[in-house]
Design a binder for this molecule. Structure first.
Ligand SMILES: *Cc1c(COP(=O)(O)O)cnc(C)c1O
Length: 449
C-alpha cells in the first residue's frame, strides 16, 4: 500500500509524500536563487540536466555587471582600483575553490578550460621513461579526455594503442570494481606513469573510490590525477588528504558558472616547490613580486602554489560568475548539499524501482511495492546503489523503446539527456530540484508501459 513507508528507505510512492519531503527540506528556498527554464506554457521545466549545464544563479548578473561597470568607469585602473581588483582576482576565489574540493588554499587555481588544464597537468606530471610510460584510464572515459591523452602520448612519440591501458567493468557489469583497479595496478603498476580517471564517471554516474585508487597508485610509484568534471560540486572531496597529485574540473556543470566558464585545477602542495618539474610558463604563473620585471628577470620564477600553472591573466567576466556561484556553495556547504542529494537521488531510485506502479484516478495506488526482478524490470539503473558510490546522477538503461520514452519525457517538460544506445541520464540537483519533480518524473516512467 502506498501509505505504508518502505521499511528500508522510509519512502512512500504517493504524491503527498513528495510534498512532505519538500516541506521538510532545509534547502528548499535555494531554488529561488536560480533561473529555472520555462516550458511553452510558462511553467518551469523539470531540469535534470545540471550534470551537463547547471542553471544560472540569479546573483551572476550583478557580479558580471559589476565588472562591466568597473571596466567602463575605470578601464585599466580597475586592475588595482576596481571593487574586486582584477590583478588579484584569482586570489579571491582561492579559499572557496579549495573548500569545495578539500584542498589547501594554495592548491587550487581557476584558469582556462578543463581539457586545457588536463594538458597542462600532463606536461608536468606525465613524464614517461622507457620502463614506465603507460597511462591508465577508465572505460568509457569522456571523449575529450581520451583525445587529450592520446595526443599527449603521440606528443611523446608513443603509440596510444599500446601505451593506453583501460580499466573496464567485468563482463555483464556496468561499473568498475575498485579491487579490479587495484589488481590492474598490481600487475602493470611498474609500467604505469599516470593514472588518470574521472572522479565520477560521466556515463554511469559511478563515484570512484578516489582515496583507495590514489593510495594504490602512489604505492606503486604512479602519478595520480582525477578529472572532476562530474564530481566538483556534486560529491564531497578531500584531494589533499587523499594525496592526489593533480585534478582538473569544469565549472559549468554542477558549479553553475555558465557555458564555457573558467575551469578549476588542483596541484598537491608537495609539488609546489619542485624546480625539476617540466612546465609551460606564462606571466600569471610567475612570482607576482617579479612579474613586471620581465625585461630584467628573463628566468621564469614559479610562485609556490597551483597559481604557478597559470599562463594568462584570467577571464574576469567568467571569474565573476564563478565568484557568485562559489558564494552559494560556501553558504550551503557540501555537507548539507550531499545530505539532500543522497535523499533526493535515493528517492528517485526508489520510484524508478517501482515504475510499474500505476496510480488510480482516486490517487490510491494499486501496486505500490512492485518488486520486479532485474531481468523483467523495464528500467535498469546502471549507477551503483550504494550512496557513497553515486552522486546526483542516475543513468537509466531503458530496455524498451528508449527514444520514445525520451520524447515523452521532453513532451512532459523534463530536461534530461540520452546516451546511445539506450541510456537516459537524469541528475536531480539539491540546490534547485525538488522531490515533487522527482515524483513527476517517475509518473512519466510509470506511464511508459
Ligand atoms: C564535461 C567534461 C569535459 C569537457 O571538457 P571542456 O574542456 O570543459 O570542454 C571533459 N571531461 C569530462 C570528464 C567531462 O565530463
Amino acid at each position: 500500500m502506498s501509505a505504508h513507508p518502505s521499511a528500508s528507505t522510509g519512502f512512500r510512492c504517493d504524491e503527498s509524500f513528495a510534498r512532505e519531503l519538500d516541506l521538510a527540506d532545509p534547502l528548499a528556498r535555494r531554488r529561488d536563487a536560480f533561473h529555472l527554464p520555462l516550458r511553452g506554457d510558462g511553467s518551469p521545466a523539470i531540469y535534470f540536466c545540471g550534470n551537463s549545464l547547471g542553471l544560472q544563479p540569479r546573483t551572476v548578473r550583478d557580479a558580471i555587471d559589476q565588472e562591466l561597470e568597473d571596466w567602463a568607469r575605470l578601464a585599466v585602473d580597475a586592475h588595482f582600483d576596481g571593487r574586486t581588483p582584477w590583478y588579484s582576482y584569482h586570489e579571491v576565489l582561492r579559499e572557496s575553490g579549495a573548500r569545495l574540493v578539500g584542498a589547501l588554499p594554495g592548491e587550487v587555481v581557476h584558469m582556462n578550460g578543463l581539457t586545457v588544464n588536463l594538458h597542462l597537468m600532463m606536461v608536468s606530471f606525465y613524464r614517461p621513461t622507457p620502463q614506465r610510460f603507460k597511462i591508465l584510464m577508465e572505460d568509457a572515459s569522456f571523449p575529450s579526455d581520451t583525445y587529450a591523452v592520446r595526443t599527449q602520448l603521440r606528443f611523446h612519440g608513443l603509440d596510444p594503442d599500446s601505451a593506453l591501458l583501460i580499466a573496464r567493468p567485468r563482463e555483464g557489469e556496468h561499473t568498475l570494481r575498485t579491487e579490479d583497479v587495484e589488481a590492474l595496478l598490481d600487475r602493470e603498476g611498474e609500467r604505469i606513469a599516470l593514472v588518470l580517471l574521472g572522479g565520477v564517471n560521466y556515463f554511469s554516474g559511478q563515484v570512484f573510490d578516489m582515496e583507495r585508487i590514489a593510495r594504490a597508485a602512489r604505492a606503486r610509484g604512479c602519478v595520480v590525477g582525477f578529472d572532476l568534471a562530474h564530481a566538483a560540486g556534486n560529491v564531497p572531496l578531500r584531494l589533499h588528504d587523499w594525496g592526489v597529485d593533480f585534478a582538473a574540473w569544469c565549472t559549468y556543470k554542477y558549479l553553475n558558472c555558465g557555458p564555457g566558464s573558467v575551469a578549476g585545477c588542483f596541484v598537491h602542495e608537495r609539488h609546489h616547490r619542485d624546480a625539476s618539474l617540466p612546465r609551460l610558463g606564462g606571466w600569471w604563473g610567475n612570482d607576482p613580486s617579479t612579474r613586471f620585471r620581465m625585461h630584467l628577470n628573463r628566468e621564469f620564477v614559479p610562485v609556490a602554489a597551483a597559481d604557478a600553472w597559470q599562463l594568462s591573466n584570467p577571464p574576469i567576466l567568467s571569474m565573476a560568475a564563478l565568484k557568485a556561484s562559489l558564494a552559494i556553495f560556501d553558504e550551503v556547504g557540501m555537507t548539507a548539499l550531499r545530505e539532500k542529494s543522497g535523499k533526493l537521488t535515493g528517492y528517485l531510485q526508489y520510484l524508478i524501482d517501482r515504475a510499474g506502479w500505476q496510480p488510480h484516478a482516486s490517487g490510491e495506488s494499486a501496486r505500490a511495492e512492485v518488486q520486479g526482478s532485474p531481468t523483467d524490470a523495464r528500467y535498469e539503473v546502471i549507477t551503483p546503489r550504494e550512496e557513497r558510490a553515486r552522486g546526483c546522477q542516475l543513468s537509466i538503461l531503458v530496455h524498451d523503446r528508449p527514444k520514445e520514452l525520451l520524447h515523452k519525457l521532453h513532451a512532459e517538460g523534463v530536461v534530461c539527456d540520452f546516451r546511445e544506445p539506450n541510456v537516459i541520464r537524469v541528475a536531480p540537483v539539491p540546490l534547485y530540484n525538488t522531490y515533487h519533480e522527482v515524483w513527476r518524473f517517475a509518473q512519466v516512467l510509470a506511464r511508459h508501459a
